[in-house]
Design a protein around this ligand. Sequence first.
Ligand SMILES: NC(=O)c1ccc[n+]([C@@H]2O[C@H](COP(=O)([O-])OP(=O)(O)OC[C@H]3O[C@@H](n4cnc5c(N)ncnc54)[C@H](OP(=O)(O)O)[C@@H]3O)[C@@H](O)[C@H]2O)c1
Length: 238
Amino acid sequence: MEDSKTASTAARRPYLSQTPSSSMAGKRVGILGSGDVGQALGRGFAAHGYEVMLGTRSPDKLGEWVEAVDDAGSVGSFAEATAFGDIVVLALNGEGAENALAMAGPEPFAGKLVLDATNPLDFSAGMPPHLFTGAQDSLGERIQAKLSDAHVVKCFNTVTNAQMIDPVFEAEPPKMFICGNDEAAKAETDALLKELGWPGAFDVGDITAARYLEALVPLWVRVGSKLDTYMHAFTVVK
Ligand SMILES: NC(=O)c1ccc[n+]([C@@H]2O[C@H](COP(=O)([O-])OP(=O)(O)OC[C@H]3O[C@@H](n4cnc5c(N)ncnc54)[C@H](OP(=O)(O)O)[C@@H]3O)[C@@H](O)[C@H]2O)c1
C-alpha cells in the first residue's frame, strides 16, 4: 500500500515510475567505483529493478553493501563490472579515473552507454576544491578519448550522491545536466533519468561541455557551504 508521502510525491511528480519500465527492466549496470557515489547508485539502480555489479580493487570491503542490496548486487574487479554492465557508470575518484579505466581495458566498454559521474577535483589546497583540468579540457573528454568505442554521457556529477536516485527537493527537481557526443546515448540517458525519479535530462551539448558541467562543482560546493546543506541542485529558469 502507498504511504501518504509516496502518494503525494507521485501526485507532484507524475514522471516517477513506481516499477521498472519494460524497456529497462532486467538490464545490468556495472558501476566502477565503491565510494559513496558507487554505493548510492548501486542501491538506487537495484531498487529500480536492475542487476548491479560494483567494480573495485578491493571487493572484500563491500560485504555490507552486498547485504544491503540482497540478490540484486555483486562485486568484482573494474574489468568484471564493465563486462557485466549493459550500461556502465563511472563513480571513480577523479585522479584515479584514468588508472581504473586502464585496469578495465577499453574493450569491455565498446558500444556501451557510459554514464560519467566523475569530477576532476583537486583538494590539495583544502576546501573548496579546484579543478585539476585546464579551461580547454575536462575529465569527461579525457574519458571519451580513452573509451573511443563507447558512448560517454556526463551525468550525475552536479548533484550529491544522496540525490542521484529519486531526488527530493523543496521545489520540483530540475532536469539533470548531461552532455555527450552520441544523440542515441543521450536519449537513453533521458529515459533512464525519468525512470530514476528525475524529470529528464537537460542536454548542454557534446562532450566538450563537460568542461562547464565539471566547473559547476566548485561553485556547487561554495553554494552548499552558504546553505549549510549539500542537498541542493542548480536549475534553469526563463
Ligand atoms: N560524493 C558525492 O556526493 C559526489 C557527487 C557527484 C560527483 N561525485 C564524483 O564521483 C566520483 C566518486 O566519488 P566518491 O565520493 O564516491 O568516491 P572517491 O573516493 O572520489 O572515489 C572512489 C573510487 O575511486 C577509485 N580509485 C581511487 N583512486 C584510484 C586509483 N589510483 N586507481 C583506480 N581507482 C581508484 C576507488 O577504487 P577502490 O574501490 O579500488 O578503492 C573507489 O572505487 C568522484 O569523481 C566525485 O568527484 C561525487
